[in-house]
Design a protein around this ligand. Structure first.
Ligand code: G3H
Ligand code: 13P
Ligand code: NA
Ligand code: ZN
Length: 331
């Protein structure tokens, strides 16, 4: 059955677990997530980016969600807009059956200027009001996703920030977070703690100086009733990097967010954990493997089935690690 983000994360907070939010663009990713959820008795957050909506089409995506709720009736399913950029993106998502939207007002600019902060508050508050009228949930974002190693804002953020940003500019300010949540009434708050989108987050296994989990603890201490969201939370597993490179890929060595750091975040108010890159890598590793080992193969299903199986396994691991597993039937 369909569920809102608010209902799901309230349960997660009561029971102290986290929920991975997996990005989807197609049927195979949707099936992989739902099969993993069924195997683990886990509730699901699926999210579509603006890019996913234009890739699959809104009607296709919305009918896919209808199909998945009918095929897996025992699994609570929240369909969420990832990184909505304005009111129209968020409202059209809700109209297509999404139960939750992210209004990312941090996309626009360097958030430490008063004008860009006020812009974020105003647009997020408007979306929050409209979404709540019709029973949908809202995620806002405060801070700039970006690397504390390089000082660069994450490219996918489309950030208007020029040049290098300081630690202080990148990380979410806990006092500002309190003001932001109070004024916008968001159901969940995405924070910046040194993670970035994509595979190339860290040049070494992250330590506290480049992955600022302490910021999460500080925000949670000031906002104990706000559900926190970690973006850029792929772990970029070494074994997937190795399979991709073994079969002709050229991924330079890189490091993601260790699962144990996410688990630590979950102990301090993190309830939604955004993961896209790991799922892409799981699928791509199998595309490469099949293409290399069976050069005569041209049936897409022979590529897509192993890819789905690899993604399902990845999803099951995250449901288990975040203690999402076992909760679908309790909601
Ligand atoms: O926000 C980043 C997500 O990984 C979605 O990526 O915009 O390429 O679909 P995308
Ligand atoms: P990753 O690139 O780490 O998977 O992050 C995804 C994300 O934050 C989507 O909003
Ligand atoms: Na989101
Ligand atoms: Zn994100």
């Amino acid at each position: 059955a369909r569920i809102t983000l608010r209902q799901l994360l309230d349960h997660a907070a009561e029971q102290s677990y986290g929920v991975p939010a997996f990005n989807i663009n197609n049927m195979e990713q949707g099936l992989a997530i739902m099969e993993a959820a069924r195997a683990c008795n886990a509730p699901v957050i699926m999210q579509a980016s603006r890019g996913a909506r234009s890739y699959a089409g809104d009607i296709m995506l919305s009918r896919m969600i209808d199909a998945l709720t009918e095929m897996y009736p025992e699994i609570p399913l929240c369909m969420h807009q990832d990184h909505g950029n304005n009111e129209a993106t968020c409202m059209t998502a809700i109209r297509h059956g999404f139960t939750s939207v992210m209004m990312d007002g941090s996309l626009e600019a360097d958030m430490k200027t008063p004008a860009s902060y006020e812009y974020n508050v105003a647009i997020t508050e408007r979306v929050s009001r409209m979404a709540h009228w019709v029973g949908a949930s809202v995620e806002g974002e405060l801070g700039v996703l970006g690397s504390l190693e390089s000082g660069e804002a994450a490219a996918e953020d489309g950030s208007g920030a020029e040049g290098k940003l300081s630690q202080d500019q990148l990380l979410t300010d806990p006092d500002q977070a309190v003001d932001f949540v109070m004024r916008t009434r968001v159901d969940a708050l995405a924070i910046a703690c040194g993670t970035s989108h994509g595979a190339y987050k860290f040049s070494r296994k992250p330590t506290g100086d480049i992955l600022a989990m302490n910021v999460i603890e500080e925000i949670h201490a000031k906002l104990p009733d706000t559900h926190l969201v970690m973006h850029g939370s792929s772990s970029v597993p070494q074994d997937l990097q190795d399979v991709i490179n073994e079969f002709g890929g050229e991924m330079p060595q890189t490091f993601g967010v260790p699962v144990e750091e996410i688990v630590r975040g979950i102990r301090h108010g993190v309830r939604k954990v955004n993961i896209d890159t790991d799922c892409r890598m799981a699928m791509a590793s199998q595309f490469r493997k099949v293409a290399t080992e069976k050069p005569q193969e041209f049936d897409p299903r022979k590529f897509l089935k192993p890819a789905m199986d690899a993604m399902e396994k990845l999803c099951r691991h995250r449901f288990e690690a975040f203690a999402t597993a076992g909760n679908a039937s309790k909601i």
